[in-house]
Structure formats: C-alpha cells, structure tokens
Ligand binder design. Structure first.
Ligand code: 3UK
Length: 512
C-alpha cells in the first residue's frame, strides 16, 4: 500500500476538499432520513461550522472538541469542521451520562463541544461540573436559546474556510476504548493514521467502488463506525447512509430504503437480521463486514444461507484505529478471522514475546502504519512491547497464515488443567436451534479450579428447564471435546453488553 505521506497533511482536506477541488462536488456524499448532501454540501456545512468554531467559539489548532450525537449529518459535518480547523475530534457515545462525559473531558482536556440538542440535558450537567469546558453549541434543536444554538451562527458564517495545514503527525482524533473493564483510555491518532487505514483494509480487502452506498450500526464515536461509515466511503468518493437508531430491524429497513450496498455491523446483529433473508435478497446489498467480536462459524453459515453473501470478518481495535487482520469474501475460511491486512504484520507469541509455531495458541502481536498511543496513560506498556501491539487476544495461526481467534486472553478458562476458550463453547451452543445468544465464563471451583458455565438466551418458543439444559450439554459434547461442555447452565433474558455491542463477560462473574 501507498503509505508515504507529505509532511503537511490534513485528512479532512484529503477526504472532503479534494473531491470538490477535483470536480466531484456534485456527487452524492451523505443520505439520512429526508436528507441528501453532495460533497459540496458537506464541505459548505463543515466550513460554516469551522468558521463558527474559530471566529465565535475561540477554537485554535490543538484544542479538543467533544462531539456528542447519534449518527447524523450534523455529527459528520462537525467532525470535519473540527479536523479542518486543526482541532482534535473527541467523539463520545451518545448514551453516556454526565459523570462519564466528565471523565472524558478530564482525560482528553476538552475545551469545546458540539452536541445534538437531544443530549442537551446530560451535556449541560457535565458543563456545570467542568469549568474546563468553555464553549458549547447544540445542533438539531428547535427553540434553543440564541446563545446555545449552532445553526443561527452557521447561517451568518461563510461557506468558505481554508483548511488548516496541519502536520501529518498532528493528532486529529482521540478514540476512547470501549473498555469492558477499568477507567477508559484515550488513544491518539494522527492525520497520517486516518489516511493509512484508508489505504490498507478498504483498498485491499473491502474493494468497494465509488457508486457503493455504505451503511452500518456502530456509533461514529467507535472507530469501527467512523471508518466504515464515514472515512472509507469518502476516501473513494462513495456515499454513506446514516441511521440514528440502528438495531437489526432499522438496519434492514435502512439497507432497503437507501439502496445500501455495503454494511458494517457486529455478529449479533447479523444473527437477528438473518431472519429477514428473503427481504434482504431483494435489496442491493453485496458486501457485509463484521467486527467488534469474533464471528462464529455458525453465524457466518446462517447469513450465507439467508442472503447468499459471505461475510468479511475483520479484527480491529481502537488502539490500532481500524481492521488489521481480515480476508476478502472469496477467501473466507469458516472460523478464521483472516490474514494480516496488506501494510500490517501479525504473529502469535508466547509470554516471553517469542513467536510460536503455526498451530500453537498464543498472544496476538501486530505491527503496521497505525498503533497504540495512549494519551497520558501508563497502561501503554501493557499494549506495546518492542514495537509490537499486544491486543489482549489469544489466537492460533495456521500453516497458510490465517489467524483463528480463541478468546480474549482473560477469557481462557482452565478446568482440570485443560485450556478452554469461552468463545469455542459459545460457538458450539449457538449451533443449536434453541439458542438465540449465549455467553460462557469460568466459574471458580474447588475441585477443578474453574468449571465452564454458560448463560443462555433461548429463542422464542423454547422452554428454559432442566431438560433443556441437559439437551444443550449433550449437544455441546457431541460437537466438541466433551471436557469443554458447560457443567453449569443458566437461562437469562438478555446478556450484558457495552454501548458498542460487546459482550461483558466480567459482569457475569459478579452480577450487579
Ligand atoms: C475484539 C474481535 C474477534 C478483540 C474495532 C474494528 O472492536 C474494535 O475495537 P475495540 O477497541 O475492541 C478491540 C477488541 O475487540 N475484536 C474486534 N474485532 C474482532 N475479536 N474477531 C473480530 N473480528 O478482542 C479486539 O482486541 O472496541 C473493530 C475496527 C475498529 C475497532 N475499533
């Protein structure tokens, strides 16, 4: 991949201004409920906001700006405005409460905020408690006091703005780790990093075209969502369709309504959407990307059967900015995440950091044009060792360089001396028709050290009783080594997940 960048680089100029300058300003860039913006429209909106930020709100390059909104056009325009002005975008999950927003503001030293009026109460409570936050404006509101609304200022601002000539190594975004445990960490990413991820996975693995329409469910505050729904379509002059609410049902509706061709979502969402396979077959959908959690072989098969489409799996992380191991749809291997994305190197290492032979379980280590840089956080040395990023995942590489996910390193269960990967047992359970969702953990046990325990959400119409537990236990024994079967089974109505849809196994260890 082309990974040489000039010393002066602003990724907003590359992703947005370039299209207008090169005559593609009238191309469709963005759709949402009742809205269509061309590249020129998005540029004019971003420029107006950039003028408001710099001339009215006192923003100077290097300032951190909190962006807080559901996935909508003003959120995207605000992101580009901040980056064009040389600021640093700090996007927050739309459902965060004042206390969590306060933590982000402290860690990231946020001075400005642009937020959706729908989240005003929470942001106002945050501002009252955080004097660091000097200037806040709300968009998409009606009846806001004049001193708070963004749009009246935009209406008076110029649609022209000279994008700040930042250095390629200036930070343009701070991404917060979704954190299944502990205090959140801010990861710093440069203008160069944004262009690097656009040059690697999308070009070599996804291979979308300018007339593709991208859609997805992850919030734009999650770098999976920002890349898949905004950066990657714009890097090739394609378009995005934004959904403020993107549960499986809304996502299917959105795919149909906007003629989306490329979708980004998580494995659980594919499992539910598969029930609408017939309807999806009538749409233009052609490329389906899964990330955030391991994609089970059964989910891959379910989706293929329902829609005829092979899912493109990929593992990425907030620390690495986007996907670094993946496969093209025609090179998928059930149960494997894929191979190192061109531009990246990956290997499996032991506790001493030595590479282990193919077929051996160890820790995943990756290296490439992007990598972990925590902002003021001593946990940096847990992620980066000798130039390699340790993601915290246990993997096996096969003889062909395909990487097979095992578990988060802390989700490996050791029972009577056997190593058991929680996701492998989950995969076995999910293959049973009665199982909608499940989560497996290691329960402390005086005799065996740990025992395998499964939390199971049943599909409608199945009865949660001792017979069902026995049926599922026997089913697992019949498909994987019997010592891996769940000795304890508990039926639950739902599983604990993060805002990014990740299973929080730790919350099952100690139910709140
Ligand atoms: C897990 C996967 C197996 C894995 C992300 C794509 O998920 C993203 O970032 P996070 O920082 O979490 C990173 C961790 O999530 N994971 C992600 N994808 C997969 N495990 N198979 C997968 N395909 O434990 C990883 O270390 O929230 C994903 C792009 C950008 C992202 N930020």
């Amino acid at each position: 991949p082309e990974l040489q960048f000039p010393e002066r680089l602003n990724c907003a100029a590359e992703l947005l201004d370039r299209h207008v300058a090169e005559g593609r300003g009238e191309r469709l860039c963005l759709q949402a409920q009742g809205m269509r913006w061309t590249y020129a429209d998005l540029q004019a909106q971003a420029n107006r906001i950039a003028n408001v930020l710099t001339a009215q709100m006192g923003l100077v390059p290097g300032n951190r700006v909190l962006l807080c909104a559901p996935n909508n056009p003003m959120m995207v325009a605000s992101w580009f405005a901040v980056v064009k002005a040389g600021g640093i975008a700090v996007a927050a999950m739309p459902l965060l409460r004042a206390k969590e927003l306060g933590t982000i503001i402290e860690i990231a030293q946020v001075s400005h905020a642009l937020c959706d009026a729908a989240l005003q109460a929470e942001v106002q409570a945050t501002q009252a408690a955080n004097p660091r936050l000097q200037a806040v404006r709300y968009f998409n509101g009606s009846g806001l006091p004049a001193a708070q609304a963004l749009e009246p200022l935009m209406a008076q601002a110029s649609p022209h703005f000279d994008t700040v000539q930042t250095a390629a190594t200036d930070t343009c975004l701070l991404g917060f780790t979704s954190g299944t445990t502990g205090v959140p960490k801010a990861t710093m990413h440069f203008h160069r990093d944004v262009m690097a991820v656009c040059a690697c996975w999308p070009r070599h693995v996804l291979r979308a075209a300018p007339d593709d329409v991208f859609i997805g469910s992850p919030p734009l505050a999650f770098t999976f969502g920002l890349g898949g729904q905004v950066l990657f379509p714009m890097a090739i002059g394609a378009s995005m369709a934004l959904l403020e609410k993107a549960g499986p049902a809304q996502l299917v509706d959105g795919i149909a309504q906007f003629g989306a061709t490329v979708v980004f979502t998580a494995p659980t969402s594919y499992r539910v959407m598969a029930q609408q396979g017939e309807r999806l077959r009538q749409t233009r959908l052609r490329k389906c990307v899964s990330a955030g959690e391991a994609l089970n072989a059964s989910t891959r098969a379910l989706w293929k059967e329902a829609t005829g489409i092979e899912i493109i799996d990929g593992i990425g992380s907030t620390e690495m900015l986007h996907i670094f191991i993946s496969h093209r749809e025609d090179e998928a291997r059930p149960g494997a995440t894929g191979r190192a994305v061109p531009g990246y190197h990956a290997k499996v290492v032991d506790d001493q950091g030595q590479e282990v032979p193919a077929g051996t379980v160890g820790k995943l280590a990756v290296q490439g044009p992007t990598g972990c840089r925590y902002l003021n956080d001593s946990r940096q040395t847990q992620y980066v060792h000798a130039g390699w990023n340790l993601t915290g995942d246990a993997y096996v590489m096969d003889a062909d360089g395909y990487f097979h996910y095992q578990a988060r390193t802390d989700d490996m269960i050791i029972s009577s001396g056997y190593n058991i990967a929680a996701p492998e047992v989950e995969d076995a359970l999910l293959a049973h028709a009665a199982v909608a969702e499940c989560a497996v953990i290691g329960l402390p046990d005086s005799e065996r050290g740990q025992i395998v325990k499964a939390f199971v959400v049943l599909r409608p119409g199945f009865v949660a009783d001792a017979d069902m537990a026995k049926t599922l236990q026997d089913f697992v024994k019949s498909t994987v080594a019997p010592y891996k079967y769940p000795r304890a089974v508990e039926f639950v109505a739902q599983l604990p997940r993060t805002a990014t849809g990740k299973l929080q196994r730790f919350r099952l260890h100690s139910p709140a």
